[in-house]
Write a protein that binds this ligand. Structure first.
Ligand SMILES: NC(=O)c1ccc[n+]([C@@H]2O[C@H](COP(=O)([O-])OP(=O)(O)OC[C@H]3O[C@@H](n4cnc5c(N)ncnc54)[C@H](OP(=O)(O)O)[C@@H]3O)[C@@H](O)[C@H]2O)c1
Length: 331
């Protein structure tokens, strides 16, 4: 179950970890954009547990915790740099220098170079394996310009390869055609399929990095209709893009959908979380889920999913049938 990042020579296993939650408590313009309090020492031990268990791909961003996530990841991988693949993102200017500005972005060559240097410092490394555009929508001129900048950074050895975090299929396709990018990051989980984006990645030989693979934790099965998320947790915020929670509560329709497919997800001795990852691996051989985490215990459960492998084609079809989705051929 190896994943190949284009011509960069980077190879990883089928599971990574997402480092947004370990960015900790932070707000932008008074609205929570983090996952509440975290214990940095526990985050570091959790990352080291992952590496020991063979999970070596870490996805972060300069925006997570306005740089704190990158710093914590950097501390965790000191002395282990050659064992890990570090992916980070740039483009939003809500970094530590400009934290009062929310939702603004900059992909000019000057800004990208500045952001890259700051990420390298925070990560305590002299190269980034995968440098991803964080801004999901750009115009044609911005796309052309940022590709030139990224190619230059590859030539200079600051980054090994690059990708785009976008939900927009036509932009992903355009990026794949125009660039030598190795990955598209997009949302994918059993409650939110995106077969066409996965297909683009398959056809263009790019890795499909899957964010929110646990539907922001809802797929752990630990929430019910009475659960209330804390106000300092992004899931308890009023952001429109928080898909699975509203007014600080899990959306009942998603809880019902999870209940309907839980028996299949938990087949072969899997926990619900492990079943959610198994569904993603059942979707395609290019998918690479990056579930978030805060503790060693969560990481051990996530990493334990790898040996249990993907759901079978018939289980995938049965889930589509239960959720009333059209059948999709599994490759
Ligand atoms: N635009 C973008 O580029 C973008 C957008 C979103 C996410 N991402 C990336 O994708 C990563 C993951 O997505 P996500 O953060 O939205 O959420 P997710 O992976 O769907 O859910 C992660 C959350 O689930 C809970 N969890 C994890 N393991 C668990 C376990 N074993 N048992 C019970 N609960 C568990 C934890 O939250 P609690 O313990 O607090 O409940 C954890 O923070 C992010 O860290 C980030 O790297 C990128």
């Amino acid at each position: 179950m190896k994943r190949n990042f284009g011509k960069s020579g980077i190879k990883t296993g089928p599971l990574g970890l997402g480092c947004w939650a370990i960015g900790g408590l932070f707000t932008l313009d008074g609205i929570p954009d983090g996952w509440g309090n975290v214990d940095d020492q526990e985050s570091i031990l959790a990352i080291q547990t992952a590496i020991e268990m063979g999970v070596t791909f870490f996805d972060t961003a300069d925006a997570y915790g306005v740089g704190h996530s990158e710093e914590v990841l950097g501390r965790a991988i000191q002395g282990k740099r050659d064992q890990v693949v570090v992916a980070t993102k740039f483009g939003y200017t809500n970094n530590e220098a400009t934290k009062e500005v929310f939702g603004k972005y900059d992909v000019s060559p000057e800004y990208v170079r500045y952001a890259c240097e700051r990420s390298l410092q925070r990560l305590g490394t002299d190269y980034i394996d995968l440098y991803q555009i964080h801004v999901g929508k750009l115009n044609d001129d911005e796309i052309s310009s940022v590709i030139v900048t990224l190619d230059d950074l590859v030539q200079e050895g600051k980054i090994r390869s690059y990708g785009w975090s976008t939900w927009d299929m036509s932009l992903a396709e355009q990026f794949a055609v125009q660039s030598s990018g190795a990955a598209i990051q997009h949302s994918l989980n059993v409650l939110h399929d995106d077969p066409h984006m996965v297909e683009i990645c398959e056809q263009r030989e790019m890795v499909s990095i899957n964010n929110s693979p646990l539907a922001m934790g809802l797929l752990s099965g630990k929430f019910n209709a009475n659960s209330i998320l804390s106000e300092d947790d992004v899931r308890g915020s009023s952001h429109e893009w928080v898909r699975y929670f509203k007014n600080g509560k899990p959306i009942p329709e998603f809880l019902e959908q999870l209940e309907a497919v839980k028996e299949i997800l938990t087949s072969s001795d899997r926990t619900t979380v492990q079943g959610a990852l198994a569904w993603i691996w059942g979707r395609s051989a290019v998918t690479l889920p990056v579930p978030g985490f805060k503790t060693r215990k969560q990481v051990a459960e996530l990493a334990g999913a790898v040996e249990k492998g993907a759901l079978t084609a018939s289980q995938m079809q049965e889930i589509d049938r239960i959720l009333e989705r059209s059948q999709i051929t599994v490759m």
